[in-house]
Ligand binder design. Structure first.
Ligand SMILES: CSC[C@H]1O[C@H](OP(=O)(O)O)[C@H](O)[C@@H]1O
Ligand SMILES: Nc1ncnc2[nH]cnc12
Length: 291
């Protein structure tokens, strides 16, 4: 049995987690470099919860500058089995209005300046990623929202852009025409790396703006994103607390297979693996490399 540990990654405007108790800060070293911040490890009810501020306290890291591999690696080292990502996003649909939480279930990756895998030459792996969000974890978030009277929209596609500039009008119209629902700058490669690390991942995409396609709303700017994100932070913490209070003690199997994503995924023959890379994969892939 594996004990369930809930990881929470806080995005723009979410730099701590009210409700977390018995907190201790831990700086965990990672062979992948510096994570965004120290982990805050505590509990909500009986559930161990590990919080990480994605951009670091004081918002020190840009979407491109975040070391996503180190972040996921230290969460894995802390025993995290499931990640709830709290992320500000723009919306491409009238009904997904600022203030609404969207439980996205798909991602489109338009980033180009980031390390997107723990694997590579010397240890090649290909994980399944058709269903990037853990359906059982997403159901738990939806149930928690219902219990707390917080309205959420279930399902949607989050397109991840490189940034840091917001989209042009042509890009915004293009994403809308492509039927994408929301846009942000951080969930890729975060979700990909979580899958490689066999951590179940789900996002609460908190709508802060209508990007720039909407004829009767101003184009997005940081001030409005931050104002809405701050106004949402309390409800996000309430939602996460309910998820934690109702969380199982043991890790559940993920219907999308995230708990065993590395089964059969590593292509490189044992005799041909790069020992240096294999050493760096001790936390992320230890189950299959040493097991
Ligand atoms: C502050 S506006 C753009 C910024 O907000 C979102 O951050 P996060 O996903 O960490 O909540 C977006 O992805 C950009 O990084
Ligand atoms: N419109 C937008 N585009 C990209 N990232 C965002 N984060 C919040 N709003 C956003």
């Amino acid at each position: 049995m594996t004990a369930a540990v809930l990881g929470v990654i806080g995005g723009s405007g979410v730099y701590d987690l009210p409700g977390l108790e018995d907190i201790r800060e831990e700086t965990i070293a990672s062979p992948w470099g510096e994570p965004s911040d120290a982990l805050r490890i505590g509990r909500i009810g009986q559930t161990k919860v590990v919080f990480l501020a994605r951009h670091g306290r004081g918002h020190r890291f840009s979407p491109t500058g975040i070391n996503y591999r180190a972040n996921i690696d230290v969460l894995k080292r802390a025993g995290v089995t499931d990640i709830v990502s709290l992320s500000a996003c723009g919306s491409f649909r009238n009904e997904l209005h600022p203030g609404l939480f969207v439980l996205v279930d798909q991602f489109v990756d338009r980033t180009f300046g980031r390390a997107t895998s723990f694997f590579g030459n010397g240890c090649v792996a290909h994980v399944s990623f058709a269903h990037p969000v853990g359906p059982a974890l997403q159901k738990r978030i939806a149930a928690a929202a219902e219990a707390e009277g917080i309205s959420v929209h279930k399902g949607g596609t989050y397109v991840c852009m490189e940034g840091p500039q917001f989209s042009t009008l042509a890009e915004s119209k293009h994403y809308k025409a492509a039927n994408f629902d929301v846009i942000g700058m951080t969930n890729m490669p975060e979700a990909k790396l979580a899958r490689e690390a066999e951590i179940t991942y789900a996002t609460i995409a908190m709508v802060t703006d209508f990007d720039c396609w909407h004829p009767s709303h101003d184009s997005v700017d940081v001030a409005s994103v931050v104002a809405v994100a701050r106004a949402n932070a309390g409800r996000a913490a309430q939602l996460v607390a309910r998820v934690a209070l109702d969380f199982p003690a043991e890790r559940e199997d993920c219907p999308a297979g995230s708990h065993r994503a590395l089964d059969g995924a590593i292509m490189t023959a044992a005799a041909h693996r790069d020992p240096e890379l294999v050493a760096k994969l001790d936390a992320v892939a230890g189950r299959v490399l040493n097991g």
